[in-house]
Design a protein around this ligand. Structure first.
Ligand code: IPM
Ligand code: MG
Length: 367
C-alpha cells in the first residue's frame, strides 16, 4: 500500500520526534511491504519565521492532498520568544487551531494508558498505580471557547477581555456519536464531563449527549462535573473508559491524564473528521527548553503514527507491531529522561531521543 503522509515537524522538539516516528514508519513499510511517501511542510513558529504567518494555504493544501498528517509540535517559550509579541491571531498556536478548523477535525482521541512497566513513574499512590488504567479522552476540537469571538477593549476606563463559548447542537451530537462508537469497541462506558451546574453550553451538552445515548442502550452513560473529574483522575483513574468532553476541558484533562501515565511524553492523539483522514500528533507541547538536545521522548509521536496506521489506513497489524515495540523497549528497561521518575540512573538504561527511535526500529517485527 502507498501511504501519502504530510509531515508537520513544527517547532522545539517537533523535528526531532517526527524524525524518529518516520524512521519507525519506514521500518514498518520495509517489514510489511508498504511505501511511505512523506512530504514536509511548515506550520507554527517556523512558518512565521519563513512566511510571516503560522499557517499558509500551501500547508493546508498539502494536508488535504495527503491521506493523513503526522505532526510534531508547535510553539515556543511564551515569555521569551518573539512569536508571542505578535498579535494572537499570528502566533504559532493560531496555526494549529486554524488547521484543525480547515480540515474539520472535530474529534480528538487521546488515549491515556498506564504501561505496567511505567508504574514506578506514575505519581499516584501505589494502590491506584497498581490497579492501572486505560481510558480514551474524546475531546471536541473545533468548537467552544477556543473558536468563539474574542477581543480586549476598554470598558469604563479599564481593559476588559472577552472570550465567547459557543456550542451548537450539531457540534455536540457528532462528537457524542463518535464517543459512543468508540465506547462500543472498548468497555462500553462513557463519562461525559461538563460544568452543567453553571454553564448553558454544558446544559445543552448534557441534553444532546443524553439524546445520543438512547441509540446506544448497550453503552453506560454517566455525567461528571469537570472539577470533580479533575479530582477523580488522580484519585481513581481506573473508573474511566471513554471520557467525552468539550474543547477546553479536554485540553486540560488530557494533560492531567497524560501526567499520571508517567510522563506527558507517552500520550499520542488522533484528530479526525468524518472520513478516514486524520491529523496525528503527540498531546504534549514543543518543550523549547529541551529542544535540540536529543533528550526528548519520541514515544508519543511514534504511538501517534501507530494510531494513524490504525485509524486512517486500517493497518491494525502494523499498528500493533509499533505498540509492541514500545512495550518491549520499556520492558527491557530503556527510558528517556522524562520517564526516569525518581529512579536511580543504575536501575534503567537512560537513552536519548534518536537512540530510543533506533531501539524501536529494531523491535518492529512481522506479526
Ligand atoms: C493541545 C495544545 C493546543 C490546544 C494549543 C497549542 C493550541 O495545548 O493540542 O492540547 O490547546 O489544543
Ligand atoms: Mg493542550
Amino acid at each position: 500500500m502507498k501511504l501519502n503522509i504530510t509531515c508537520i515537524p513544527g517547532d522545539g522538539i517537533g523535528p526531532e520526534i517526527v524524525a524518529e516516528a518516520k524512521k519507525v514508519l519506514n521500518k514498518v513499510a520495509e517489514v510489511y511491504g508498504h511505501e511511505m511517501i512523506f512530504k514536509d511542510v511548515l506550520m507554527g513558529g517556523c512558518s512565521i519565521d519563513a512566511y510571516g504567518v503560522p499557517l499558509t494555504q500551501e500547508t493546508i493544501d498539502a494536508a488535504k492532498a495527503a491521506d493523513a498528517v503526522l505532526m510534531g509540535s508547535i510553539g515556543g517559550n511564551t515569555s521569551t520568544s518573539p512569536w508571542y509579541k505578535l498579535e494572537p491571531s499570528k502566533r504559532p498556536e493560531a496555526g494549529l487551531l486554524g488547521i484543525r478548523k480547515a480540515l474539520g477535525l472535530f474529534a480528538n482521541l487521546r488515549p491515556a494508558y498506564l504501561y505496567p512497566q511505567l508504574k514506578e513513574a506514575c505519581p499516584l499512590k501505589e494502590e491506584a498505580a497498581a490497579r492501572g488504567f486505560d481510558m480514551m479522552i474524546m475531546r471536541e476540537l473545533t468548537g467552544g471557547l477556543y473558536f468563539g469571538e474574542r477581543y480586549t477593549k476598554e470598558v469604563n476606563g479599564e481593559l476588559t477581555a472577552t472570550d465567547t463559548l459557543v456550542y451548537k447542537e450539531s457540534e455536540i451530537r457528532r462528537i457524542a456519536i463518535k464517543a459512543f462508537e468508540v465506547a462500543r469497541k472498548r468497555r462500553k462506558s462513557v463519562i461525559s464531563v461538563d460544568k452543567a451546574n453553571v454553564l448553558d453550553s454544558s446544559r445543552l451538552w448534557r441534553k444532546v449527549v443524553e439524546e445520543v445515548a438512547k441509540d446506544y442502550p448497550d453503552v453506560k452513560l454517566e455525567h461528571m462535573l469537570v472539577d470533580n473529574c479533575a479530582m477523580q483522575l488522580v484519585r481513581d483513574p481506573a473508573q474511566f473508559d471513554v471520557v467525552l468532553t468539550e474543547n477546553m476541558f479536554g485540553d486540560i484533562l488530557s494533560d492531567e491524564a497524560s501526567m499520571i501515565t508517567g510522563s506527558i511524553g507517552m500520550l499520542p492523539s488522533a484528530s479526525l473528521n468524518d472520513s478516514s483522514f486524520g491529523l496525528y500528533e503527540p498531546s504534549h507541547g514543543s518543550a523549547p527548553d529541551i529542544a535540540g538536545k536529543n533528550i526528548a521522548n519520541p514515544i508519543a509521536t511514534v504511538l501517534s503514527a501507530a494510531m494513524m496506521l490504525r485509524y486512517t489506513f486500517n493497518l491494525d497489524k502494523e499498528a500493533d507491531s509499533i505498540e509492541n515495540a514500545v512495550r518491549k523497549v520499556l520492558e527491557e528497561g530503556y527510558r528517556t529522561t522524562d520517564l526516569m521518575g525518581n529512579a536511580k540512573e543504575s536501575e534503567f538504561k537512560k537513552v536519548g531521543c534518536s537512540e530510543m527511535g533506533d531501539l524501536l526500529v529494531e523491535r518492529i517485527l512481522s506479526l
